[in-house]
Design a protein around this ligand. Sequence first.
Ligand code: P6P
Length: 330
Amino acid sequence: MEESRIALPIGVTLDRFIKNNQEQFQFSTGELSQLLRDIALASKVVNREVSKAGLIDIMGSMGSQNMAGDQQQKLDVLANIRFTRALTKGGEACALISEESETYVDLNNDGKYVIAIDPLDGSSNIDVNVSIGTIFSIYRRKSPAGQPIQSFDILQKGAAQVAAGYILYGSSTMLVYTTGHGVNGFTYEPSLGEYFLSHPNMTIPANGTIYSVNEGLTNSFSEGVNKYIYYCKDKKYTARYIGSLVADFHRNMLKGGIYLYPATSKDKNGKLRLMYECNALAFIAEQAGGKASDGKGRIMDVSPLDLHQRSPLFIGSVQMVEQAELLIQS
Ligand code: P6P
């Protein structure tokens, strides 16, 4: 029996893929590649802890709140420590914005990159074993070196991102990222401790029939948003809302669909964070042929004023986002 039938190729690892594509990246001196490896390493540690959540004492809340007043889950804090340590040891980042830290975290003053991260989004789902995720966004600092300047190096528009990605800790763990040359998905094989290319050149279908929104908030949405939700119902679209942004976004990436977290009467700018939730997924969505809006226009054109500012988010299939914008602005 010929070899190829008994030794199936094991596919392209994330490390090999990063190396093979390094020259595509305009600053290809290897630092961004190392940064992506550092993030992947931290995700493997978080994956191991998330998969054991029911067995060791890391479920439930810390009894503390993060700067946004959200109840901190033990795994939130653990994930934040893992990613912060990996990025500190890697030395490629000069600053880190995290949902779990009020100010930005000073890393290596010679590092060329700024990272914005939500270490564990949807963490309230941990205790009920629903998929959760990590979302990250990477910028190149604008000042040459030294202490990064918040208004200059850190508060940059989403359009300035050089890379972005997410890790989905789901039925399988996946890492999906872009460096501005399309979107590629990697599935984690825990027995080998490696991510393997499983979803090359991911694209979002131009249209879809799935809409993801918390309809329990309908009474606090604007009239225009409710017009779009009624539009989806009239078209007999499918409602799918996991309560975990990364999981809903990933499904819509593969099948087509739209995720909406609009402004509400309580949260005038919605719930999601511009720097480390909206912009990162917007970069991926656009690179996959989709669209991401704050209801008025391209979300990656918004100039951030605060590390943790919130933004309404309408993201997914381009035709669905455009239809939503049309009705919201009507
Ligand atoms: P709600 C999780 O807290 C999160 O940030 C997203 O992952 C998720 O889509 C959304 O909030 C759920 O919010 O208000 O519908 O429970």
